[in-house]
Design a binder for this molecule. Structure first.
Ligand code: ACM
Ligand code: ZN
Length: 756
């Protein structure tokens, strides 16, 4: 009894302390990625010239990193007697650590130097951002007493960078690696070879440097924008083996493993331009000058394997990583189908088709790399035609590749386009710089769960982790790379480090806002969309209404309904705005003085189906669920460029039947909708649509002509009275050879269905 009472009192006291501490947590201890356990104590540790550092060789890298961080960031010298001690703790996991900040000393405990390095990264984020660029003025800095116990959820925490489309200086690559390390990411996937440029020096094959590293010019604007325009400027370069050694050593000193990617059998046109004999036709091709997928791929003949093994020998000598990424994605089989050698090889090896030939190709390379003690990673196409025995799969075309591979007991890394492609747009703002397409805002990245729910707990063990991909077709400068990567990398770092129960988007956003100053000090050109507004239709007493929201706290939303710009005197938004006629809403986020961020605007079209009941015969797609079926009759059309925004619904390869119930017989004059037709992203408008009404005789069928436009409008005029409207929309079908996604079924993306 006595014991219980004491416990109760203790619980009460700790409750009191927690209340007090709560405030401190949000004002002072803000770390990204969020540690698994973090408790605030009383008081603070004063870091100044009385502070010293105590470590042995086990913690050499992390301790020396910390010492230079402090001594280069300020005038403080770590030579005093108030110790920061690095202590070995075998009970912790390999990358785990504990960090105890006490009034008189700081204890960093870890099993490995890498774990201690992550403790240092957490401690770093408790110091003022001025330490990042050496501008800290002052002799003392108070660090709040805190205890952190932390370890990562996933072992593989990666970022990718494509240097084939555009390349970046070694200094920038190091800056990128620094950012990864700060966010406790441990893998840099360096995409070194592409159709548009070969970027790694291979001494045995000088034409890779002379020919494959340069293209004559580069496509400007979108692939689908006709006529295609080029800049007329020669572009290229490559990393020398010395550059690469420098980068690999630099990354090692930050516990980042560099995984090189040498693409095969596809995305190899630059190499074939240098050595045409590696292709099926032997004909001269040029280093690609536009984006997309190219038909000239390596021909699986002996001299190709000799070439690739020679290349991989030099690659392995430079990169000590356990994994070598061999690409495997987007390899059109056109050349192989028409090649005598390839066809004879298919027969000789008893293969079923060209997909099995690709599997033969990859398995041969795998065998070679395995014989040298290395493992392969390949994009999820390596599942087609059978997985190479020891391969790890990188699932990029959604989650299915991951599910399939894990069920076959192969390791997988998740990089689904819907959540991990940082070349996609991140905002609906019309002033965003040009991007390849797609829509992957910060919140979508944050909501990502790398473990597909289809996997059992046992199968989930095969998920090594996740990675953000950065394809640089539309990133010519390192500033643009930073803009696309930050802040989405912050969200991803937390998704892969922190267990879901410790994650909360709203709370994350306040940490991001706090982190801005650190990014400023690091001279990182991050995107800031925190002061943007999100709107959505809601039902208010069965009447349609429009709700506005912003993720940043403590600010007001002001709005207008007459298309004038909102200003500091405009109405403050409180409750959803009733929609009784078509309106044009404009709104902004304001502090007490001025507008922050850009103006949000939304057209709302009050039509006869708005807010009516709607059903779709297929389940929503996990990657592109829009705002549900209701989003097709909410008065709001999707963006013209962001097909993944919440107003577009995407379906993969399915025939759709969409039924709207208007509630009572209604006079109908017209039905309009539109389809996205972003062929580069495998999205095709359908070829036909049928509209069915209550009365069978009123049925209408239309053929939809093939279009090169990104958006295809479809309208029918009717003179009918009907309670229900059903749209039958068959999928476009299989994507043709030579196009992106060839051989797969197309996606259908449909927008608002407007009934008048
Ligand atoms: C890829 O995005 N082609 C892997
Ligand atoms: Zn061939």
């Amino acid at each position: 009894m006595h014991y219980k009472k004491t416990l109760l009192i203790l619980v009460f006291i700790s409750f009191l302390f927690n209340c007090k501490n709560e405030e401190k947590t949000t004002s002072e201890v803000l770390i990204i990625p969020q540690p698994q356990q973090q408790t605030l104590g009383e008081g603070s540790f004063l870091l100044n010239n009385s502070t010293g550092i105590d470590y042995d060789d086990t913690f050499k890298v992390s301790a020396e990193f910390f010492k230079s961080y402090i001594e280069e960031g300020s005038d403080i010298k770590l030579e005093g007697s108030n110790k920061i001690s690095f202590i070995k703790d075998e009970t912790l996991s390999d990358e785990g650590y504990s960090l105890e900040i006490l009034p008189k000393h700081i204890n960093i405990k870890a099993k490995t130097d890498q774990g201690a390095f992550y403790a240092v990264q957490s401690l770093r984020q408790l110091l003022p951002p001025e330490f990042e660029n050496g501008t800290f003025q002052g002799n003392d800095i108070a660090i709040p007493c805190t205890t952190i116990k932390d370890e990562p959820q996933f072992a593989y925490r990666g970022m990718h960078l494509d240097v084939g489309r555009h390349m970046f200086s070694v200094d920038f690559i190091k800056k990128y690696i620094d950012a990864l390390a700060m966010l406790k990411m441990n893998t840099f996937h360096w995409h070194l070879t592409e159709d548009q440029g070969w970027r790694i020096e291979i001494k045995k094959y000088p034409k890779l440097q002379e020919v494959a590293a340069y293209r004559n010019e580069t496509l400007i604007d979108h692939y689908n924008t006709q006529p295609q325009q080029f800049d007329g400027e020669k572009y290229g370069g490559y990393y020398t083996q010395e550059d690469i050694k420098d980068v690999v050593a630099y990354a090692q000193s930050r516990f980042v493993t560099v995984i090189p990617e040498i693409e095969l059998p596809g995305h190899s046109q630059a190499a074939i331009a240098a050595y045409p004999e590696l292709g099926c036709t032997g004909e001269q091709v040029e280093v690609a000058t536009k984006w997309g997928i190219f038909e000239d791929i390596y021909c699986p003949k002996e001299e190709t394997f000799t070439f690739l093994e020679d290349v991989l020998d030099e690659v392995m000598a430079l990169f000590p990583s356990k994994y070598i990424h061999i690409g495997g994605d987007e390899a059109p089989k056109t050349r192989w189908k028409n090649c005598d050698h390839c066809q004879a090889l298919i027969k000789k090896e008893g293969l079923k088709d060209e997909h099995e030939l690709q599997s033969y190709f990859i398995s041969r390379i795998e065998k070679y790399l395995n014989s040298k003690g290395r493992q392969i990673i390949g994009w999820d196409e390596i599942l087609e035609g059978g997985l190479a025995p020891n391969a790890t799969v990188m699932s990029w075309r959604g989650f299915n590749g991951a599910i399939e591979a894990a069920k076959q007991h192969h390791d997988v890394i998740l990089t689904p386009g819907s959540h991990c492609y940082f070349d996609h747009y991140q905002s609906e703002n019309k002033d965003e710089p040009l991007a390849i397409g797609g829509f992957t805002p910060l919140e979508r990245v944050y909501d990502f769960d790398p473990i597909p729910e289809e996997l059992t707990q046992e199968e989930a063990q095969y998920v090594l982790g996740a990675q953000g991909n950065v394809w640089t077709e539309y990133m010519k400068t390192s500033q643009k790379v930073e803009y696309m990567v930050f802040p989405r990398i912050l969200a991803l770092s937390e998704v892969i480090w922190t267990y879901p129960k410790e994650r909360n988007y709203k709370e994350f956003v306040s940490r991001v806002e706090h982190f801005h100053k650190r990014l400023d000090a690091l001279n990182i050109n991050y995107a800031n969309h925190l002061y943007e507004i999100e709107g959505k239709m809601v039902a208010n007493n069965n009447q349609p209404a429009y709700a506005l929201e912003t993720v940043s706290k403590g600010k007001a939303i002001r709005y207008t309904l007459d298309s004038s710009e909102p200003n500091i005197n405009s109405n403050i938004y409180k409750d959803p705005i009733p929609i009784t006629k078509s309106v044009f809403i404009k709104a902004g986020v304001f502090n007490t003085k001025e507008q922050l961020g850009s103006t949000f605007s939304q057209d709302i079209n009050l039509h006869k189906a708005l807010g009516k009941s709607i059903t779709i015969n297929k389940a929503l797609n996990k990657s592109y669920p829009g705002s549900g079926a209701e989003g097709l009759v909410n008065g709001i059309s999707g963006s013209n460029t962001r097909y993944g925004d919440k107003e577009w619904l995407g379906f993969s390869g399915e025939d759709l039947e969409i039924t709207i119930d208007l509630g009572e017989k209604t006079d109908i004059n017209s039905i309009e909708t539109r389809f996205h037709n972003g062929n580069g992203q495998w999205i095709y408008a359908p070829k036909e649509m049928t509209v069915i009404f209550d009365n069978e005789a009123d049925k209408q069928h239309i053929n939809i002509p093939t279009s090169k436009e990104n958006l295809v409008n479809v309208a029918i005029n009717a003179k009918v009275s009907s309670k229900t409207i059903t749209l039958k929309i068959p999928n476009y079908g299989i994507i043709k050879e030579g196009k992106q996604g060839a051989g797969n079924k197309a996606w259908t993306f449909i927008d608002e269905i407007i009934v008048n």
